[in-house]
Ligand binder design. Structure first.
Ligand code: F6R
Ligand code: MG
Ligand code: MG
Length: 362
């Protein structure tokens, strides 16, 4: 039996700024998906990371299935109505069009989906981030699937020893390329280090099985104006031919700088937190990531392990807070501020227009 796992997310409104969605919205989403359990859906899990609602669904309809996307879209639409009634901030902000045509791609929500033949004991890990963009996953995906200093299995496990394939998207140029590791590791790094241009979309085993998929939708490019960062999600398969869960989550024990944070225009650390602590508050951040690890049998999901709630991520949180203090000292200066092309939110064009006539030749 082939199972599909779909993780579809959207910011449809939040309490007290861009901090967190409401419990009533989450309850509404759970109720909507519960009505489809045993019909369209095998199982589901609803959560949130900051102001983003995350719908994790298992089913047999395949990737890009119209009925699953419609269910997600209708759920978000109803949630956005409730957000309006509750006076939540940014109600419906990621639902960019009223003309739904069967697929949420290009409509505002972020999507990651994978279809596969289940192993006897399938392990699925869902990562969900707020106040950042999809390329924030470039570094950890490289660590998980290509760096033997992170993933011991690349050296020690014959099933991992051949390496993996990375599907990289040029998110500005609308094109993609597949690169093999370890053979083309340096070429891969040459691309994915440029996080403003390239984002890893999928990782495959050399034999072709899907290993990881990330949401790479650029909400601002879709809308043609600032609506918020993409706040990506990602699904990763673990164990037995894939990196171990511990290898998959290890890259987040060492926080690194990413683009996003306040007004989608600042560089800051990504902070791994428990589900309940995904409330980006200081300077609308620092950017957060949560990680839920599930076992799955015939599409039925276990209760997840809230991986980053573990004490072994305490140091990462402390370090991320120190990195945040350090960056915040720069105020409106780079490198805290992103360069002009990467800022999601800027007065620069207006300032330049006003000052243009006053510039003199040197
Ligand atoms: C980042 C984000 C927030 C807002 C900021 C200003 O993705 O959503 O940091 O950009 O709070 O929000 P507005 O312009 O809605 O007042
Ligand atoms: Mg928001
Ligand atoms: Mg968000």
């Amino acid at each position: 039996m082939k199972t599909t796992v779909s993780l579809i997310k959207a910011d449809i409104g939040s309490i007290g700024g861009h901090i967190r969605t409401s419990d009533e919205i989450l309850d509404l989403c759970k109720k909507k998906l519960q009505e489809e359990k045993g019909k369209l859906l095998i199982d589901f899990y609803v959560t949130r990371c900051g102001d983003d609602v995350e719908l994790l669904m298992t089913h047999e309809s395949g990737v890009d299935a119209k009925e699953i996307h419609s269910l997600a879209w209708d759920t978000f639409k109803e949630g956005a109505e409730l957000a309006k009634e509750q006076g939540l901030y940014g109600a419906g902000q990621d639902l960019l069009s009223d003309a739904f045509s069967g697929n949420v791609r290009g409509m505002g929500p972020g999507i990651c989906e994978m279809e596969f033949e289940e192993r006897p004991a399938e392990v699925i890990i869902a990562f969900m981030a707020d106040k950042t963009e999809a390329s924030a996953f470039n570094l950890p995906l490289y660590e998980m699937f290509a760096n033997p200093f992170n993933t011991a299995g690349l050296v020690l496990d014959p099933k991992l020893h051949d390496g993996f394939k990375f599907e990289v998207h040029d998110v500005k140029g609308s094109r993609k390329i597949i690169l093999d590791t370890p053979e083309e590791s340096y070429d891969l790094l040459a691309l994915i280090g440029l996080t403003d241009i390239y984002a890893v979309k999928r990782v495959y085993r050399k034999s072709g099985e899907i290993s990881a998929v990330a949401s790479t939708e650029k909400v601002n490019m879709i809308a043609g104006r600032y609506v918020g960062k993409d706040d990506p999600a990602m699904l990763v398969r673990a164990q037995s031919g894939y990196p171990a869960t511990g290898e998959i989550v290890n890259p987040f024990a060492r926080p690194f700088f990413i683009a996003g944070w306040m007004r989608g225009s600042h560089r800051g650390p990504i902070m791994p937190v428990a589900e309940k602590d995904a409330n980006p508050s200081r300077f609308d951040g620092p950017p957060r990531i949560i990680c839920l690890s599930f076992s799955m049998k015939n599409g039925v999901l276990s209760t997840p392990v809230d991986v980053f709630s573990d004490v072994s991520f305490d140091n990462a949180r402390r370090q991320a807070n120190e990195m945040a203090d350090y960056m915040r000292r720069h105020g409106p200066f780079q490198p805290h501020l992103l360069p002009p092309g990467e800022m999601e939110y800027t007065t620069l064009p207006e300032v330049m227009k006003k000052l243009e006539s006053r510039f003199e030749k040197l």
